[in-house]
Design a protein around this ligand. Structure first.
Ligand SMILES: [Zn+2]
Length: 126
């Protein structure tokens, strides 16, 4: 019983992760790429990146432990895709604040918690 519950929660996390990555790629493509787009608003290159990213999320072995906005995903990407997703994140990351404030706020909160945790080691530096 608890086992299937765990699996379900994890699946939800994966879906959310995919959704966020997808949004970021879409935003990036809309602003950076011109030319033909599919029904999702992605050019062929970005569609491939999006599919690749989704597959990585599906197979990520760290899904249970990693935090929502962790950069862990870039480590299991192959170099070509890693470079692309880095560009996407650099571009879309700050803009998510404008387009999807709820997701962005969640990111800010988790970052703040992380920062606070790091600071508890001592108050000599800041
Ligand atoms: Zn594109």
């Amino acid at each position: 019983m608890s086992r299937s519950g765990e699996k379900k929660g994890n699946q939800g996390k994966r879906e959310k992760e995919k959704q966020v990555v997808n949004l970021m790629i879409r935003l990036y493509c809309r602003k950076q790429h011109s030319g033909e787009k599919d029904a999702d608003g992605l050019c062929e290159e970005c569609r491939r990146l999006s599919e690749y990213a989704s597959r990585r999320v599906d197979h990520c072995p760290f899904m249970e432990t990693k935090t929502f906005c962790s950069n862990c995903r870039v480590h299991c990407y192959k170099p070509e895709m890693r470079e692309k997703i880095r560009q996407v994140m650099r571009f879309s990351g700050p803009r998510m604040m404008l387009y999807h404030p709820v997701m962005a706020v969640r990111h800010v909160i988790s970052s703040a918690i992380e920062k606070k945790r790091m600071r508890t080691g001592g108050d000599c530096c800041d």
